[in-house]
Design a protein around this ligand. Sequence first.
Ligand code: PLP
Length: 404
Amino acid sequence: MKLKDTRNDFPILDRLNRGKPIAYLDNAASSQKPNCVIDALSDYYRRFNSNVHRGIYELAEEAESLYTNARKCIADSLSVKQNEIIFVRGATEGLNLIANTLGRSVLKQGDIVILTEMEHHANIVPWQMICEQIGATIKVVPVLPDGSLDLEKLFDYLSIEKVRVLSLCATSNTLGTVNPIKEITKEAHKHGTYVVVDGAQSMPHEKIDLSECGCDFFVFSGHKVFGPMGIGVVFGKASVLDDLPPYQGGGDMIDQVSFEGTTFAPSPQRFEAGTPNVAGAIGLGRAIHYLDQLDMNEVHMHEQNLLKVAQEQLHQIDGFKEYGTTVDKAAVISFTIDSVHPHDLASILDAEGIAIRTGHHCCQPLMKTLGVEATARASFAFYNTTEEAERFANAVKKSVSILS
Ligand code: PLP
């Protein structure tokens, strides 16, 4: 599939925002959905809706088969086994699942979990909660002035004996920094440390091969990879998942239940209590299939070009500051402009049809390090155009002349 032909697959991009053609540059928060995903959802509810697992009629068998195929499609795309793919509500639930299962089974009092300063709250708070219960502590790897991770410090921390888990993002939602996950995982594994990767921001931008990467866990949200809201994935290595306790209890995750005690199903069912989001899983499978038809190198080059077009213009503005300047960063620009409040800027851009996000981006600890309360953030996806990147930069320039 050619990148230039994809724009028409996204009907929402034809709508207006405040009466102007929308330039949707808030893709790091949530991405838009192609027709094939929207159709998969409505098709499921029109033609296949029924509960999965144990249905002895044609309709239920068809729903089950679509659900199973979605898991297979995602597993194949990531080069892992089907029983290593657990459906959850999103990256947040995935990280809570990992903190509560891996955390509870491997952490003891006095142990250490390593996080980084660039983490989203979803990869901080679940670990804080579990560490507090267990009496474990958290060590935080600093971010360097260009937004890259202090790898020297990280590797130092990994050599501390009590470190059991490292949990970090593959790509920062605020800085755009792309962390060298494969290299980090290799080093962590030398010390017997489990590696959990928050892939929420890397999945939409690069081809992920988890058999290559080597991490123990990887999570992502469907709604950021052109799939539905309310569905996401935890990948866990089968050898690790097999030894973990369940997350939530209920139907569909058991082997045998009696009042004397309960035994549990193998993975992934052990981690999927209750009726799953069947339509969401099918829609996500469709989104991953759609992405797999794209040349992700072409996507990367296109997004980098959008970034460059916007950066060139924005850096001409007096008082403009970009946070995260590593050369190979993802197509995300977080910035402030002296004496211009990010919210005011976003309101003026909104009136021009341009959708960006402002605030702390669920990264309050990172904001503290950067010395700001909030930034404005534009984030690109493959369907954005050069014209949109130019419109955005010109509108920022115009806003500054109004606001300062
Ligand atoms: N991790 C990162 C890096 C994110 O950017 C986000 C969302 O912005 C999340 C986790 C949480 O994702 P969700 O809200 O879909 O669970």
